[in-house]
Design a protein around this ligand. Sequence first.
Ligand code: F6R
Length: 610
Amino acid sequence: MCGIVGYIGYRETQPILIEGLKKLEYRGYDSAGIAVHTGQKLEVTKSVGRLANLENRLTGEPLCGTVGIGHTRWATHGKPSDANSHPHTDNSLKFSVVHNGIIENYLELKEELVQEGHRFLSETDTEVISHLVAVEYEGDIVKAVQKAVRKMRGAFALGVLTEHEPDRLVAVRYASPLIIGVGEGEKFIASDIPAILEYTRDIYILEDGEMAVLTRDRVDLFTIEGNPIAKDVFHVNWDLMTAEKGGYDHFMLKEIHEQPKAYRDTMRGRISEDGRSVVLPEIKLTPEQLRGINRVHIVACGTAMHAGMVGKTVIESLARLPVETDVASEYRYRSPIITPETLVIVVSQSGETADTLAALREAKRCGAHVLAITNVVGSSVAREADDVIITLAGPEIAVASTKAYTSQLIAFYLLGLYMAQTLGTQEEARIAHILAAMDSLPDQVEKILAQSDTVKGIAEAISKHSNLFFIGRGIDYAVALEGSLKLKEISYIHSEAYAAGELKHGTLALIEEGVPVIALLTQEDLYEKTLSNIKEVKARGADVFGIANEGHEAEAAKSVDTLFSIPRTLPLLTPALSVVPLQLLSYYASLALGHDVDKPRNLAKSVTVE
Ligand code: F6R
């Protein structure tokens, strides 16, 4: 996730920008840059890689001035490179922009600008903004930014500087975070509080559609339309560590709460404006090639594999193609039947998992078309796959994957629908119906998060046990596996996930008085059957925590000891909701047991060995 820092004041800006960017390193980045107004002109230095690379470049040639903007980039459009790093400038080099977010219509805007004679030096969406501001400039940077922003669709937090106005810095927020720091004779902009905490604890938190005009002595706040607004200063009394976690106690909790945004970001620009179809220009597989595919393999590890299991149901039910799922560490060694008519989908948050990468290479060696779903642009998996769908979850720092997993689910829904519309396996109306339901998912997750305290109580009770079970049928079984893995990895409590109907073939012997069983009951057509399985464990003394759809409360409550309801959605989409209480359950169980939630023992975030 990109990081923005900006400064206008009386001190040298370069060290403030660099130190501020260092404080945003936890957000993840692959390149960095700064632009400084020297008093005469704008000077820009940027570099791919760590901030140390940028600092090395600046050592010989520091940028001197008291106004500037800085940026750490997390690649979304175009690979990590010097040219794609921010700040971006227009062709006259008089306007400089840093941006966090995605401009959905940047290709159209870029085409128009190219026709008017503008030259572009990067593959980014951001460069379009600096050109747009330059085009709109008629002596007032604020008006130019307002006009430019009106042409843009998407999500953006912006910092804008112009050579023409050395005493003003403009900031805009629309669906990407941005705050303004207020100091004596100096003002700041930043993506997050840690970047400026050393200088001030008084901040304005911009809301979507708001902008700020900063001079050394004042901050004027407006709506993007130009109407002045008043806001209270927020006084921060967090320490630096708390600030990095956005006020949450752990990165995992922060990332669980970031899921509504991750859903929106992963869907953004991938659904047609009328909401009736999926747009995936990143897929190079032609409709003819797709029609030639006769089987799909989904290959991944751990949590990504669990997303793949949901993906199997999604693709089979929407695109009507047979799908096999494989754990990546097993794939190569079972001599899978891979032909040029096989579509191999590899799923990896990091894009660097050794087993997944090896499976990808094996699939390519056999002539299959490989499509990757990954969260990291420029990762090995992203570079080597034929097609890539980037999940826009932003960097995930906690070892336990949460928002990356749910964004992978969103990617599978989009892909399944895209395949269905290309192959003509679903009516247009059904596709539109599913897309409309997907649109509601972020708000529905918010509703679940608002009930965190209920889950906390259950987690505290569960933390006293050393064995428990997760059960579910169909797509609920895939979610049960993920719930069980999450609990094991951060609470160290042993649990097993079972297809609910399979219990009586052996595992039921382990159910005795007081054993907790977490039962997922979200699939309408399997509801009665799962209820019967719940009765089987209840009869042997199990303590059942049920997760069911709203509307089933009265009935389900009779069969379980505690019930958690999730908002209603389509059966295929329930994993994107039902996994959230399970993530919270493992988080609070780990917390109750006093474990290191973000860094569980024996585990690493990226597994680059076989
Ligand atoms: C569990 C978890 C792991 C990863 C697995 C694959 O919370 O994060 O199970 O899902 O190691 O990692 P990626 O997705 O980076 O390939």
